[in-house]
Design a protein around this ligand. Structure first.
Ligand SMILES: Cc1cc2nc3c(=O)[nH]c(=O)nc-3n(C[C@H](O)[C@H](O)[C@H](O)COP(=O)(O)OP(=O)(O)OC[C@H]3O[C@@H](n4cnc5c(N)ncnc54)[C@H](O)[C@@H]3O)c2cc1C
Ligand SMILES: *[C@@H]1O[C@H](CO)[C@@H](O)[C@H](O)[C@H]1NC(C)=O
Ligand SMILES: *[C@@H]1O[C@H](CO)[C@@H](O)[C@H](O)[C@H]1NC(C)=O
Ligand SMILES: *[C@@H]1O[C@H](CO)[C@@H](O)[C@H](O)[C@H]1NC(C)=O
Ligand SMILES: *[C@@H]1O[C@H](CO)[C@@H](O)[C@H](O)[C@H]1NC(C)=O
Ligand SMILES: *[C@@H]1O[C@H](CO)[C@@H](O)[C@H](O)[C@H]1NC(C)=O
Ligand SMILES: *[C@@H]1O[C@H](CO)[C@@H](O)[C@H](O)[C@H]1NC(C)=O
Ligand SMILES: *[C@@H]1O[C@H](CO)[C@@H](O)[C@H](O)[C@H]1NC(C)=O
Length: 568
């Protein structure tokens, strides 16, 4: 049987790690890193786990046990070891059929639900996450980490044949005594965070759809209704509790492991598993918000209002907007989602939007933030095939119209796909948002006041038939290609690609700029010298390139046609 030690060695390890961070050694992880010892620091004696005795002895790895050369054998050993340590309630394998299938169905997209992990591990505390990372290293069984499970593409937070670490039990929401910060576990969805804080007339900077997870959104950036006032989610994190590659748990903040703190503000899953986010709270009572739908004849007025508000957002930072062009059942429409941080209807900053006639639907009203996120949740159902793509451009009115035209032209060619709902969602990365990116020591996104304001385009499409995947992805790829090419001609290109909206075919980290990418790689090699989070956790946006290099190609000949020609 395994032994839970008194874990006194922990403080010694953290002290030596601190010395490393101060630059006295080349790496956070000692070159003579002892895996067996790292387990002992978490209270686990691996010599007592029968399944691990199946591994070959490798003296170089601390003299005890070493890797399996077969991933499937490695994962079998890893999962049975986890099950022995944490029981079948917390470690679900394919034999526990209904529980396993219930778990995989809980992802937002069908592409993620279709991924079959060897087992699912639900840790209850940071040391248990640490044990899982160490078991992956020991057995070479790959893993994925899941918070809210809303990343769209397969393998982003679920892993075929590996260990999926589901963080749902790390679901604390705890206000500090002075109420200035909230400690939030990555097992939370934003709805639960908001409802817990609203009784105190407080909130935090987080997602705008109730079911989004705290983990993915915050690690990739995070745009909130209140970002014009306070900045993005990553710019409102006071500290991160992180399980590093060597299993050591550290708190990264502006004063403790500041390089790691900087990297986590947009660097995604490349640096560790975050087990706690300490977020700055903001005062927030009721707000105003909802959506207004317009038909095609009003598109010019909608674009004018979008552009002017984007440009002018410094005038009243309580205001926020999301503009979506969408197509459903043969109709083109524009959905103007407007939000105001105060319980004030029809604030004057929205005058241009509110003057647009022929509104076919209007759900705006005074309500709570949680209520508004629940309304957005209703229009983003799970259980469908999904793809998200992202690109950014310098803010320009005529170009906004070009995006709209290109989107509808490309969509026309795939309109017969079953249950197709495509949308081109436009937001502005505003000057006030950008100004907040330099607070608390800055972030690695590569967005500076010199670049903004920017249009953030998110192409998001739902459909149901796997047979349509290739042509739908090709159409999305074409829209990106054509808009980027046209932006080039107009001098409006911008390299930043928003991680949280990007497809598996896009290279996110290189878009942060060469210097930021190089710095992120340097930080990763310091905290994770054996590249655990690059190779043993292969899913999502790594420090180089795109997750999938097979960019979809359009074979219909549309590539060489103008939008007008495609429409005919
Ligand atoms: C319907 C919908 C609405 C959205 N609304 C918004 C919005 O308002 N604002 C916005 O900015 N974005 C929004 N997004 C984008 C959203 O931020 C991303 O989809 C994000 O990845 C979702 O986070 P998650 O935790 O739910 O996803 P997951 O799929 O669980 O995780 C995404 C990635 O983050 C990694 N990860 C998650 N938690 C951790 C952790 N604790 N430690 C290490 N790695 C971790 C995972 O391994 C995975 O690679 C929306 C997306 C959807 C589908
Ligand atoms: C790995 O082991 C599994 C069973 O444990 C076996 O089915 C598979 O063929 C092995 N793969 C290789 C490449 O040896
Ligand atoms: C499994 O462990 C949990 C604690 O995480 C405990 O509550 C539960 O009773 C255990 N279940 C079994 C079947 O042993
Ligand atoms: C569970 O059983 C159903 C019905 O027999 C089957 O379709 C499904 O593939 C099984 N799931 C697993 C994980 O074995
Ligand atoms: C929250 O704000 C409302 C309205 O201003 C007020 O009535 C209530 O007392 C406040 N609650 C707390 C806990 O401060
Ligand atoms: C806000 O404007 C809408 C029409 O766009 C109107 O129905 C509503 O009464 C207005 N509310 C207030 C408080 O002025
Ligand atoms: C989100 O929507 C789904 C499906 O419509 C619903 O089952 C779920 O309860 C909603 N969750 C939240 C938190 O709004
Ligand atoms: C489209 O144009 C490219 C060059 O821009 C050319 O290589 C390609 O053959 C053309 N394809 C078609 C279908 O005309």
């Amino acid at each position: 049987m395994w032994i839970f030690s008194s874990a006194v060695t922990c403080s010694i390890l953290v002290t030596s790690a601190l010395t490393s961070a101060l630059g006295q050694t080349a790496s956070f992880e000692p070159t003579d890193f002892d895996l067996a010892r790292a387990f002992l620091d978490n209270g686990v004696d691996i010599t007592t786990i029968p399944a691990l005795q199946g591994l070959a002895t490798v003296p170089a790895l601390g003299g005890l046990v070493g890797r399996s050369t077969n991933t499937s054998t490695g994962c079998s050993i890893a999962c049975s070891s986890l099950q022995l340590l944490f029981n079948s309630t917390n470690v679900i394998n394919q034999q526990s059929n209904a529980t396993y299938d219930g778990y995989t169905k809980s992802y937002w997209s069908v592409q993620q639900s279709s991924v079959a992990p060897y087992c699912i591990f639900k840790p209850s505390k940071a040391t248990e996450v640490s044990i899982a990372v160490l078991i992956s290293r020991l057995t070479q069984c790959p893993f994925a980490v899941r918070s809210g499970g809303h990343a769209a593409f397969g393998g982003a937070s679920n892993i075929q044949g590996g260990i999926t670490i589901a963080l749902e039990k790390l679901n604390q929401v705890t206000l500090s005594a002075d109420k200035k910060t909230a400690a939030v576990g990555p097992g939370n969805i934003w709805y639960d965070v908001y409802t817990r804080l609203e009784s105190q007339n407080l909130t935090v900077i987080g997602g705008r759809v109730s079911t989004i997870g705290v983990g993915g959104l915050t690690l990739g950036g995070g745009i909130s209704f209140f970002s014009n006032q306070y900045g993005w989610a990553c710019d409102n994190v006071i500290s991160y509790e992180v399980v590093t590659a060597s299993g050591v748990i550290v708190t990264a903040s502006q004063t403790s492991f500041p390089d790691l703190y900087w990297a986590l503000r947009g660097g995604g899953n490349n640096f560790g598993v975050v087990t706690k986010f300490t977020l700055s709270t903001i005062p927030q009572g009721l707000m105003w918000g909802g959506g207004r739908l317009h038909v095609e004849t009003e598109f010019p007025a909608v674009i004018q209002a979008f552009y002017n508000l984007g440009l002018d957002s410094g005038r009243d930072t309580a205001a926020a907007q999301i503009l979506s062009f969408a197509y459903a059942k043969g109709t083109r429409f524009a959905s103007c989602d407007l939000q105001y941080a105060e319980p004030v209807a029809n604030a004057s900053i929205f005058a241009e939007y509110l003057a647009i006639p022929n509104t076919i639907m209007d759900t705006t009203k005074v309500r709570s933030q949680a209520d508004l996120t629940a309304q957005f949740n209703a229009s983003n159902p799970s259980g469908l095939r999904e793809t998200y793509w992202a690109v950014s451009f310098k803010l320009d009115k005529d170009f906004t119209d070009f995006i709209q035209t290109t989107f509808f032209a490309e969509i026309a060619a795939i309109a017969d796909a079953a249950d197709l709902v495509p949308a081109a969602t436009l937001q502005v990365i505003t000057e006030p948002q950008i100004a907040h990116m330099s607070q608390r020591g800055g972030n690695p996104l590569g967005i500076t006041p010199a670049s903004g304001p920017l249009i953030l385009l998110n192409l998001n499409t739902m459909w149901s038939d796997i047979a349509d995947d290739a042509r739908i992805q090709a159409a999305n790829s074409e829209i990106i290609k054509k808009t980027v090419a046209e932006a080039g001609k107009r001098g409006l290109t911008n390299d930043y690609i928003y991680m949280n909206y990007a497809s598996q075919f896009q290279a996110v980290i290189p878009g942060y700029g060469a210097a930021n990418q190089a710095k992120l790689k340097e930080i990763a090699s310091f905290y994770d010298p054996t590249a655990v989070f690059q190779t043993l956790q292969p899913g999502y946006f790594k420090l180089d390139g795109a997750p999938d290099s097979n960019t979809p190609q359009d074979t219909s000949g549309r590539s060489n046609m103008t939008n007008e020609e495609i429409q005919k």
